[in-house]
Design a protein around this ligand. Structure first.
Ligand SMILES: [Cu+2]
Length: 265
């Protein structure tokens, strides 16, 4: 009898369990409404919904631990240890979220503003090519005189600002690479058709001391030195026999997006 009394006083009754289940269910409904798009509460709350949701789930967690797992009826010290750990985890989590919400701007917006969608890039290619071709046919008449071509890295994007350049065979070409990037180093390497990735792979093996170009690579027609952030580099060479060549940046990884055609007429 004495044992029975003690036992019941240390555990919730059936009705209390039902009440706890109802409370947990109610909190879940509140959480759901908070993140439910149609309710539009989410728009008004902004980032503050995150600590609110974390607090609600912490309350649910605590209730489950305290009642269903009997922590409330164990030694008080065990409860204190548990609550202290939970509070600490909550504070660290909130501090991390505050750290990221507090930053100016949205990293995704930044990336999207600077990304070149594949379809648009292809359109630009056609446009750039045609204007470039017109430009070339307008200026130098026939003779294979000196030609100056300027190519720039496209801001912080791993791409050149132009997808096609051209020159007449035998002309003396001075190619200038401008690098406006604040972070990236680039070079510009003229290679035979279809070899840009293979040349870049060998350039990676050759390392920065060789400006990421393998010395004596027979596929390389000409190349600039590596242009660091904000720097320029140029190279003068004789345009090879007519055909379509490639220009590429062989800095490791850049060759997949940073290239174009060099058309020799
Ligand atoms: Cu590059």
């Amino acid at each position: 009898m004495a044992h029975e009394t003690e036992h019941t006083s240390h555990h919730p009754s059936f009705n209390q369990y039902v009440l706890i289940a109802i409370v947990l269910f109610a909190i879940t409904i509140v959480e759901f409404v908070l993140i439910w798009d149609t309710a539009r509460i989410v728009d008004h709350l902004g980032p503050s919904k995150i600590p609110l949701l974390v607090a609600l789930s912490a309350v649910k967690f605590a209730i489950v631990i305290m009642y269903y797992m009997h922590l409330k009826f164990d030694n008080r010290l065990l409860g204190a240890v548990f609550i202290a750990g939970l509070a600490l985890a909550f504070l660290v989590g909130m501090a991390l979220i505050a750290l990221f919400v507090g930053f100016e701007g949205n990293p995704r917006d930044y990336a999207e503003a600077r990304a070149l969608p594949y379809a648009e890039h292809a359109e630009e290619t056609v446009g750039g090519e045609s204007t470039e071709t017109n430009h070339e046919t307008d200026t130098p008449p026939v003779a294979a005189g000196p030609v100056a071509i300027a190519v720039s890295a496209a801001g912080e994007t791993l791409a050149f600002d132009i997808s096609s350049i051209s020159a007449d065979s035998g002309s003396e070409v001075t190619l200038t690479l401008d690098n406006p990037s604040a972070n990236n180093a680039h070079n510009l390497v003229i290679v035979t058709a279809g070899t840009k990735d293979a040349v870049a792979a060998d350039g990676t093996a050759a390392g920065p001391a060789n400006d990421w170009v393998s010395p004596g690579d027979s596929r390389v027609i000409a190349h600039t030195a590596l242009a660091g952030p904000g720097a320029s580099a140029n190279v003068t060479f004789e345009a090879p026999s007519p055909g379509t060549y490639q220009f590429v940046c062989t800095f490791p990884g850049h060759n997949f997006t940073m290239f174009g055609d060099f058309i020799v007429k």
